[in-house]
Design a protein around this ligand. Structure first.
Ligand code: GDP
Length: 458
C-alpha cells in the first residue's frame, strides 16, 4: 500500500456495516461487551472482591490459585491470594495495593464484562481517570466494617471523590458492593445505615436512584458475589440479586458506530512484528484493517496494519472496543499517550483554547482568572489555566446567576474558558461525549470536572 494515496481527493469513508445491526453479532458473538471500572477507598476490598469473583467464575485456573495461596502464606498475608488475581506485578504484591489499571474479564448470562481495575490510593487517581474514562458502568466497593465505612466516606476518604469522578466522566449506572459485611455478622441495620448515607450523596452527585443498586456481600468469604449466600443472618433479610446478577442487568450504552472514527490512545509500544502498536478505546465509528488514519494533534497520516482485540487479530473494530492497533507510516516517537487516532476526512478538532461548563468540587483557594491547573482529558495530562470566568450558573436550573464572576468557590457551576499550554484534540460534549469531558487537578486533588461547550480555532 502506498501512503501517498491519502494525498489524492479524499472520499468520505463509508462504514462497512449497517449501524442499526447489533454490532457484536457481526463478530459472531452474541454477548455485548460491557466495560466496568471498580472504584472505592483503599482497602475497601476491591481487589479481593474482583479476584474472588473471577475465581468463582472459573476464569482463574486452580493451578494459578494454588500458587497464589502458597505465596501468600509464605509472606503471612493469606487473605491477599484473591487480590493477586488482578495485581500481577511483584511491586504491587509487596506494597499490597493495586497500582495500575489492570484488566481482566468474565462473562455473565448476557454480557462479556471487561474489568478496568482502579487503584485506591489518592496519588493513583490519574490512573483511575484513565480507567473510568473508558468505563460504561462502575462498581463502587465500600467497607461496611464499623468505623471503616465512615473513614472512607467522610472527609479525606476516596469514596466520594471516586463517585464524583466517575459520574463526571459520564458513568451513570452504579452497583454498590456493601462489602465485608461478614465483619458485622451480616447486620441489616448496618447495611441500611450505609445505604441511606450513600443514597443521599449519590443523588447529589448526579446518579438517579433507579440507576444505583446496593448489594450486601463479602469479597473474602465470597457470599453473594456469584451465588446467593448461605448465611442465615443475611438470608433473614436479603433475598435480592447477587453482585453478578446486578452486573448482568446493567444496560450497555449505545455505541456511536456511525460517527467519524476516533480512538483515544492510552498506550504506545513496540509490537512483535514491523511497525508499532497503539492501544486504547474506539470512542466513535469503525476502524478497518488497511484504513488510513490521522494521528492527532500532530496530524500525521498512518496506516492501520493490524487490529487486535484481546490479543486476537480482527479486520474491523467498533466504537466501544478496546483495541491494539499496529500502525505504519509514522515514527513511534511521534506518537504519545493521550493522542487521538482520527478519521482522515472528518478530523478531530485540535485547539489550545476551549469553553467548558465546570463543576467545582474541592478548591482550597477560589478559582480566579489565570488559575493554573493540570488538565486531564482521556489519558492526556497537560498544564493549563483558566483564561476567563464567563458566567456563574444556578446548580439545579443551569440559569445564569452572574456574568463574569470574580471567583468560583466549592460546589459552584460556571462557564469558563480554558487555555492549554499546547494544542490538544478535543470535541464538544454534544458531538462526542467521550472526548468532550475534562478534569482539572491541582496538587494531586481533583478540583473540578467540565464538559466542553465550545472550541476556539487557534
Ligand atoms: P483494595 O485496596 O480495595 O483492593 O482492598 P484489598 O482487596 O487489598 O483488601 C484490603 C484488606 O481487606 C485485605 O487485608 C483483605 O484481606 C481484607 N478484606 C477484603 N475483603 C474482605 C471481606 O469481604 N471481609 C473481610 N473480613 N476482610 C476483607
Amino acid at each position: 500500500d502506498n501512503l501517498d494515496e491519502s494525498k489524492s481527493t479524499p472520499k468520505v469513508k463509508e462504514n462497512k456495516i449497517d449501524p442499526t445491526i447489533k454490532y457484536s453479532n457481526e463478530r459472531g458473538s452474541d454477548k455485548e461487551h460491557l466495560y466496568i471500572v471498580v472504584i472505592g477507598h483503599v482497602d475497601a476490598g476491591k481487589s479481593t472482591l474482583m479476584g474472588h469473583l473471577l475465581c468463582e467464575l472459573g476464569v482463574v485456573s486452580q493451578r494459578t490459585l494454588h500458587k497464589y495461596e502458597q505465596e501468600s502464606k509464605k509472606i503471612g498475608k493469606q487473605s491477599f491470594m484473591y487480590a493477586w488475581v488482578l495485581d500481577e506485578t511483584g511491586e504491587e504484591r509487596v506494597r499490597g495495593i493495586t497500582m495500575d489499571v489492570g484488566k481482566a474479564q468474565f462473562e455473565t448470562k448476557t454480557k462479556k464484562v471487561i474489568i478496568l481495575d482502579a487503584p485506591g490510593h489518592a496519588d493513583f487517581i490519574p490512573n483511575m481517570i484513565t480507567g473510568a474514562g473508558q468505563a460504561d458502568v462502575a462498581l463502587l466497593v465500600v467497607d461496611a466494617t464499623r468505623g471503616e465505612f465512615e473513614s472512607g466516606f467522610e472527609l479525606g476518604g476516596q469514596t466520594r471523590e471516586h463517585a464524583l469522578l466517575v459520574r463526571s466522566l459520564g458513568v451513570s449506572q452504579l452497583a454498590v458492593a456493601v462489602n465485608k459485611l461478614d465483619t458485622t455478622n451480616w447486620s441489616q441495620e448496618r447495611f441500611n445505615v450505609i445505604v441511606k448515607k450513600l443514597k443521599l450523596f449519590l443523588k447529589q452527585a448526579g446518579f438517579k436512584d433507579s440507576d444505583v443498586t446496593f448489594v450486601p456481600c463479602s469479597g473474602l468469604t465470597g457470599d453473594n458475589l456469584v451465588k446467593p449466600s448461605n448465611e442465615a443472618e443475611l438470608l433473614n433479610w436479603y433475598t435480592g440479586p447477587t453482585l453478578l446478577d446486578v452486573i448482568d442487568k446493567f444496560n450497555v450504552p449505545e455505541r456511536p458506530v456511525s460517527k467519524p472514527m476516533r480512538m483515544s490512545i492510552n498506550d504506545v509500544y513496540k509490537g512483535t512484528g514491523s511497525g508499532f502498536c497503539v492501544a486504547g478505546r474506539i470512542e466513535n465509528g469503525i476502524v478497518n484493517k488497511g484504513d488510513k488514519v490521522l494521528v492527532c494533534p500532530s496530524k500525521e497520516m498512518a496506516e492501520v496494519r493490524n487490529i487486535a482485540i484481546n490479543e486476537l487479530s480482527t479486520n474491523i473494530a467498533f466504537a466501544g472496543d478496546q483495541v491494539a492497533i499496529t500502525l505504519s507510516g509514522v515514527e513511534m516517537q511521534n506518537v504519545s499517550i493521550g493522542y487521538i487516532l482520527s478519521d482522515s476526512v472528518n478530523q478531530v478538532p485540535v485547539t489550545s483554547r476551549f469553553e467548558a461548563r465546570l463543576v467545582v468540587f474541592n478548591v482550597k483557594v477560589p478559582i480566579t482568572k489565570g488559575y493554573p491547573v493540570l488538565l486531564h482529558h482521556q489519558s492526556l495530562i497537560e498544564s493549563a489555566h483558566i483564561r476567563k470566568l464567563k458566567a456563574l450558573l444556578n446548580k439545579s436550573t443551569g440559569e445564569m446567576i452572574k456574568k463574569k464572576p470574580r471567583c468560583l468557590g466549592n460546589n459552584s457551576v460556571a462557564v469558563v474558558d480554558i487555555e492549554v499550554c499546547r494544542p490538544i484534540c478535543i470535541e464538544r460534549y454534544k458531538d462526542v461525549k467521550e472526548l468532550g469531558r475534562v478534569m482539572l487537578r491541582v496538587s494531586g486533588v481533583t478540583i473540578a470536572a467540565g464538559l466542553v461547550t465550545e472550541i476556539y480555532t487557534d
